[in-house]
Design a protein around this ligand. Structure first.
Ligand SMILES: *Cc1c(COP(=O)(O)O)cnc(C)c1O
Length: 482
């Protein structure tokens, strides 16, 4: 199926294929009849790692093992031949597959696919940027062996700085693959008029980092599909605890697992999660049928952006409490946003949870705490939650903004987000510095914008730190004008 050359199947190989076929059938049944019926938290805690797996294969270890091994040994030549032709599931070589990344992948696939009727699979990557590359590259190949066919894709202009660089420099400038930026992704006509016969996919980040852009996923997915195109969504800021784009029609989700999913901040990692049987105008049945496994076994085998098994298990450990963590972090952020709104030194506050945010209503349609409708704490009512990314503008321009920023005592100054520790940055001088003034204008990043990602500290203490830093700005403004 994935190989190049036709493989001669010996009777010994057939025995391995049969045995592994039975194993896969049993696994699929377990997913369908057991795991898919669990609530979100149960999936987050266990994923696909079962008591039976542990006892039979992993010495009873209750935590998924960290397999720091480059390669797998085979019983004989028949097993080796089957494995390397991808006729049986295999760990062969850790650039391609590894048991630790396998459990990481399945937990993410199941969490992103929670509430979705079909099957989702995931391909782990060394970073969020590698996940984006993994998700988009297979759609940019030459079709019909036409090396001169123009290629383009349509993407939301409000996106992560690294994504902007990947699309505008690596693809457009260096490879002549046109990126058509959508300025207002809530305007369906703008998406539609940018699509033509050379378009390969639609790409959207939501909520976007740091601008908190949002769009109607279902509508954009429908539009994509009506042109035989996939919709790829970067859902890093929301995490599957608050939003699962595949349930609303998206074909592929990319996650910088580095961020809120691995809130401990232990390292960099990512994943591309795809639904089986996605929509594309690329003539490749294997890609269409199971995108995640296709990229894992072929393009990523050849490019090598694989995840380290140690990082996979550390992130997996963080995922187990994702739902309650995103709930707490969202509630803390709401309290901080409401405080900032009342502060005289603050020009404006952007948080999707605030009623006066222009995208509040749209975001509320899609973002809620998964399974809150089963939670006694919330009287079994669905509650909206908006994550822990917010931003605000300090009055008076870039200078007071830097003064406030330098005055922070416990909130960390770092180009990071999604942490259990509160972190702040000024995007214009950090994450979005490289794209220049023009690019920042396109992405709507003013110089006095502060991105704040509220952590798990008591919100009262976070507010106290903001308050003392803002009071220094207020004093200096008073002195300057007085
Ligand atoms: C950080 C980030 C990325 C890139 O992820 P890395 O893990 O840093 O490579 C992509 N998208 C969004 C929204 C991000 O915040």
């Amino acid at each position: 199926m994935y190989g190049g050359e036709e493989v001669q199947i010996t009777p010994g190989m057939q025995a391995y294929i049969d045995k592994n076929g039975a194993y896969l059938a049993k696994r699929d049944k377990y997913i369908r009849e057991v795991v898919k019926k669990w609530k979100f938290d149960t999936i987050a805690v266990h994923g696909l790692y079962s008591v039976e797996d542990a006892i039979e294969d992993y010495q009873g270890s209750i935590i998924e093992p960290i397999f720091m091994s480059t390669a797998q040994a085979y019983r004989d030549s028949d097993e080796m031949a089957c494995a390397l032709a991808y006729m049986i599931p295999t760990w062969c070589y850790s650039r391609i597959a590894n048991p630790s990344t396998y459990y990481y992948e399945w937990t993410l696939a199941l969490l992103e696919g929670y509430g979705y009727d079909g099957v989702t699979e995931a391909c782990s990557t060394s970073s969020g940027m590698a996940a984006i590359m993994t998700a988009v590259q297979p759609f940019l190949v030459h079709r019909f062996h036409n090396k001169h066919e123009p290629r383009n894709f349509v993407a939301t202009a409000q996106c992560y700085g690294g994504t902007f660089q990947q699309f505008s420099v690596r693809m457009q400038e260096e490879r002549d693959i046109e990126c058509r930026w959508v300025q207002d992704p809530t305007n369906l006509d703008e998406w539609a008029e940018k699509i033509d016969e050379n378009t390969r996919f639609l790409y959207g980040e939501l909520p976007s980092n740091p601008g908190l852009g949002f769009f109607d996923i279902q509508q954009v997915a429908d539009l994509a599909h009506s042109h035989e195109l996939p919709l790829i969504v970067d859902s890093t800021v929301a995490t599957p605890a608050l939003l699962r784009p595949i349930c609303h029609g998206a074909d592929i989700v990319v996650q910088s697992v580095t961020k809120s999913i691995t809130s401990s901040g232990f390292g960099v990692c990512g994943a591309a999660i795809a639904r089986k049987g996605l929509v594309t105008n690329i003539d490749n049945d294997v890609l269409k049928e199971n995108f995640a496994i296709y990229v894992k076994y072929l393009p990523n085998r050849d490019y090598g952006p694989n995840l380290h098994p140690m990082q996979a298990i550390m992130s997996l450990n963080d995922m187990r409490t994702l739902r309650t963590k995103m709930d707490m972090l969202s509630r803390n952020t709401m309290k901080v946003a409401q405080y900032l709104q009342t502060h005289p030194a603050v020009e404006s506050v952007e948080y999707l949870g605030l009623n006066d945010h222009p995208l509040h209503e749209l975001a509320s349609k899609y973002m809620w705490l998964v399974d809150s409708e089963y939670d006694d704490q919330y009287n079994k009512q669905r509650v909206n939650r908006y994550g822990h990314l917010m931003s605000f503008c300090v009055k008076g321009g870039p200078e007071p903004t830097r003064k406030f920023f330098d005055g922070l005592q416990r909130i960390w100054r770092a180009t990071d987000l999604g942490r259990i520790k509160s972190v702040a940055t000024i995007p214009a001088i950090s994450t979005h510095q490289q794209q220049g003034e023009q690019g920042r204008k396109l992405a709507n990043i003013p110089p006095n914008l502060v991105r704040l990602c509220v952590g798990g500290e008591s919100p009262d203490d976070t507010i106290a730190d903001l308050d003392q830093a803002l009071s220094q700005v207020a004093t200096s403004t008073a002195v300057a004008t007085g």
